[in-house]
Design a protein around this ligand. Structure first.
Ligand code: DX5
Ligand code: ZN
Length: 213
């Protein structure tokens, strides 16, 4: 299982330290939640802060856009050379065009589905993306309760992916812990995002990452 800790749960007063800690703790990706206060009722960080994150990180960035104007934000973050940029399908009229744009910038495109969005809705985009991110909470905040219907959704997505694009990864984001990780693994999930479980673990960041792996 690949682990992408969400820096939303980091101490923003010591952001570089907390980014270094997850990289040294063995994470695979650094998950960055970008929220615009419109698509979700919360605001987070822009390119100035994310460039400081990129400087501190020794692992690739996984940028999760929770915004209304995806194209504008892709242009804003592309110079930071993240490994992945993911955008919400619920907010995009021309997903195929946006996927091509992200790829043309040398970044791996990914699509995000909110908890209610069926995997079949992106069946004809699967061959064009490198990853699908399934939300297991309502996007906007860390520390929420895991929505367990994501397990069945991951299974359904996995069988579509096997038909359309077996190399496409499945990522799950929200409420992930050592209590539900085995269900996600069995369902075919490749990457988990975890914010509070990693940053607030009583035995520290490395123990938390090891437990998920
Ligand atoms: C929620 C974000 C998540 C969040 C995960 O909108 O996309 O990445 O930070 O945090 P936990 O693991 O605490 O649910
Ligand atoms: Zn996220």
């Amino acid at each position: 299982m690949q682990v992408a800790p969400s820096i939303l749960s980091a101490d923003f007063g010591h952001l570089a330290r907390d980014v270094e800690a997850i990289c040294e703790g063995g994470c695979d990706l650094v998950h960055v939640d970008v929220m615009d206060g419109h698509f979700v009722p919360n605001l987070t960080i822009g390119p100035v802060v994310v460039s400081a994150v990129a400087k501190a990180a020794t692992k690739p960035l996984d940028i999760h856009l929770m915004v209304e104007n995806n194209t504008f934000f892709v242009d804003l973050f592309a110079p930071l050379k993240p490994a992945f940029i993911s955008f919400h399908i619920e907010e995009e009229k021309h997903p195929h065009r946006l996927i091509q744009k992200i790829r043309s910038l040398g970044i791996r495109p990914a699509i995000v589905l909110n908890p209610h969005t069926p995997p079949e809705s992106i069946e004809f985009l699967l061959e064009d993306v490198d990853m699908v991110l399934l939300m297991s909470v309502n996007p906007g905040f860390g520390g929420q309760k895991f929505i367990s219907s994501v397990v069945e959704k991951a299974q359904r997505l996995k069988s579509l992916i096997e038909k359309k694009n077996p190399k496409c990864l499945i990522e799950v984001d929200g409420g992930v812990s050592d209590q539900n990780i085995h269900l996600l693994k069995e369902a075919g999930v490749d990457v988990v995002v975890a914010g509070s479980f990693v940053y607030k673990h009583p035995k520290g960041i490395k123990t938390a990452i090891d437990a998920l792996k």
